[in-house]
Design a protein around this ligand. Structure first.
Ligand code: PEP
Ligand code: MN
Length: 340
């Protein structure tokens, strides 16, 4: 770490810091500038860093303390320079092939989920999405059918040879949802639910971690670090749009986060253009853009009758629109050397 002394720090205060760092057992590398002194401290273990940084920063004669390394290690690109491919029961996520996850926002009925799944599968999706537990801003809106919805997802996915991705919201339900899902989705509202992150870190079921709607990329990667540190190496990230001043779109789909996250991390990055725009008319264009910027997968909401949907009707594609969209994605994927 680097300790920047205040401009008016005295010689005694500078040696006080040098002594503290030495007493903790770390290397001291001071640079005595004309205006101020900067002290490099080397060999500080990750686990001690934040404690020492905080105690130094509290001193009036220290201006700033900075870490040199990134605040995440297992999630960093350096940890796996070649990138990670997650095996979702035979379906790769990461690598050359772009993963296609599609289905309704929410499991409403068996028939509705079936109709959506059949069309998604026919268009090339091999991972079925659908919410059984729905995080809702309003307590009055539909909260999901729970276990019966998990059963519907599993049954349909098995019949169509698809994998299942569905959200888990509660630490008490992780084991239960693992019994039905092939990928656990952590929603945007739970990205900083650290107990939940630790809990999904204890299992081996792949986890798709959505970016918090107000989270910086670094915070998103630190959240992934919780899961990886817990012992689950199967983590994928999902950009689903962030909150900005814009209200025309439901969220601002931050596609720059895709190459940024891939530069910083080895984890596969999925894009959700459905929550990302909130508008059916924009989903197609943003999906194409997502493929072009290097997304490793797509998560798209498809409903047989969006006008009758219990949730997110405005952003769900019809089954016909979805197949047309996928056909248009192939040449884009080909142009950047990838496949579906
Ligand atoms: C969803 O995928 O339907 C969903 C609720 O996602 P998010 O957590 O991104 O809002
Ligand atoms: Mn939704």
């Amino acid at each position: 770490m680097i300790i920047v002394m205040s401009a008016d720090a005295t010689a005694e205060q500078i040696s006080d810091i040098e002594k503290r760092v030495k007493d903790w057992g770390y290397g001291v590398h001071p640079i005595y500038g004309a205006e101020r002194t900067v002290i490099g401290a080397t060999g500080v273990p990750e686990a001690d860093k934040s404690r020492y940084m905080e105690s130094l920063e509290a001193l009036p004669y220290v201006e700033q303390v900075m870490g040199i390394l990134r605040p995440y290690k297992f999630a960093s690109r350096e940890f796996h320079p070649e990138g990670t491919v997650i095996d979702v029961k035979g379906v790769p996520v990461g690598g050359n092939q772009i993963a296609l996850m599609a289905g309704p926002c929410t499991v409403e009925t068996y028939e509705q989920t079936w109709e959506s799944a059949v069309a998604c599968k026919a268009a090339g999706a091999n991972i079925l999405r659908g919410g059984a537990y729905k995080p809702s801003t309003s307590p009055y809106s539909f909260q999901g059918h729970g276990v019966p919805a998990l059963k519907i997802l599993r049954d349909i996915a098995d019949k169509l040879e698809m994998r299942v991705i569905t959200e888990v919201m509660d630490v008490r339900n992780v084991e239960l949802v693992c019994g039905y899902a092939d990928i656990l989705q952590i929603g945007t509202r739970n990205m900083q639910n650290y107990d939940l992150l630790r809990e999904v870190g204890k299992v081996q079921t792949p986890v798709m971690l959505k970016r918090g709607m107000t989270a910086k990329i670094e915070e998103w990667l630190q959240a992934a670090e919780y899961i990886l540190l817990g012992g689950n190496p199967n983590v994928m990230l999902c950009e689903r749009g962030i909150r900005t001043f814009e209200t025309y779109t439901r969220n601002t789909l931050d596609l720059s986060a895709v190459p940024a996250a891939k530069e910083l991390s080895h984890l596969p990055v999925i894009v959700d253009p459905s929550q990302g725009t909130g508008k059916r008319s924009l989903v197609q264009a943003m999906t194409k853009a997502a493929v072009a910027v290097g997304a490793d997968g797509l998560l798209i909401e498809v409903h047989p009758h969006p006008d009758q949907a219990l949730k997110d009707g405005a952003q769900q594609l019809t089954t016909t629109d979805f197949s047309a969209l996928i056909a248009e994605l192939h040449p884009i994927a080909k142009a950047i050397g990838r496949t579906f």
